[in-house]
Design a protein around this ligand. Structure first.
Ligand code: MLT
Length: 274
């Protein structure tokens, strides 16, 4: 038996983990089946560890999935589909369809998931992300990041990202968010940095697919996001037939953490439209 109500699948960005969604759980618990996995290698997961966290009603469920030595974002989307199959085997209440919500790298995976596992997707929420691929400069930068992480350690490449990920106002006035982002960054290994950077270099473009996305899609930008600027996200949204575009004020690249009140309110309005 499965329920008709979609579940919500939250996909985190880089160099973060599923703690990025902490502000989204409370108001949804008990109303939706929530699933917020750590991608393998993120959030201090490793072989043999319980690396998937789901919530059915208000009860947390930990499931242990085989650790995948993934090399592509398409592979990660297949890993997620496999995780959902495992959840189905464990619980009768697991939904068939999902609202897939991805932040940045999680957004790239959300688009792969929509393309490869379309029958499971009831809607998309794309926050602080894009559909295009890297230019030569971005690829060179990723290769330099991999080299530096391997020679000088992971913190040497992740910690300097803080002022790019967060709006200046968050940096200055929100020490709790700064500390939480820093804690996530400190938990990523150079192996995971290397694997995810390479997967992002070789990711697929979804620019030609935007016009055929056939599910309601909420596109959320941070007003102060310098990594995926609002103008870029607005033009992406304009190409998606059933899309809603909103800008979250006082937020940079991590809008769900930086301004959870506004982000959650847009998210809830979107859910109410489905
Ligand atoms: C992220 O936040 O996931 C990254 O900025 C994505 C990327 O490096 O392209």
């Amino acid at each position: 038996m499965t329920t008709n109500k979609p579940g919500i699948l939250f996909l985190h960005g880089y160099p973060l983990d599923n703690r990025v969604w902490s502000e989204q759980l409370g108001f949804l618990d008990g109303h939706f089946f929530l699933f917020r996995p750590n991608f393998p290698g993120f959030g201090q997961t490793g072989p043999g560890e319980n690396n998937v966290y789901a919530i059915d009603g208000s009860s947390p469920i930990y499931i242990s999935l085989e650790f995948t030595d993934w090399t592509s974002l398409a592979g990660l989307s297949d890993w997620l589909a496999n995780a959902i199959d495992q959840l189905h085997d464990m619980l009768p209440t697991v939904p068939d369809k999902w609202i897939v919500c991805g932040l940045s790298m999680g957004g790239y995976v959300a688009l792969e998931f929509w393309k490869r596992h379309r029958y499971r997707v009831a809607g998309l929420v794309l926050t602080n992300t894009k559909a295009s691929i890297d230019d030569d400069k971005a690829i060179a930068n990723r290769l330099a990041v991999v080299e530096q992480a391997n020679s000088l350690g992971s913190d040497s490449v992740t910690l300097p990202m803080l002022p790019k990920l967060l709006a200046q106002s968050s940096m200055e006035t929100n020490p709790k968010v700064v500390a939480r982002v820093e804690a996530m960054m400190r938990s990523i290994s150079s192996t995971t940095i290397s694997r995810s950077q390479q997967a992002m270099i070789f990711r697929n473009s979804f620019m030609d697919d935007l016009g055929v996305i056939d599910v309601p899609t909420l596109v959320l930008a941070g007003a102060r996001d310098v990594i995926t600027p609002g103008s870029l996200m607005e033009s992406m949204a304009a190409k998606i037939p059933q899309s809603y575009f909103k800008v979250i004020e006082d937020a940079g690249h991590l809008a769900p953490m930086e301004n959870p009140a506004d982000w959650n309110s847009e998210f809830l309005s979107f859910l109410a439209k489905l």
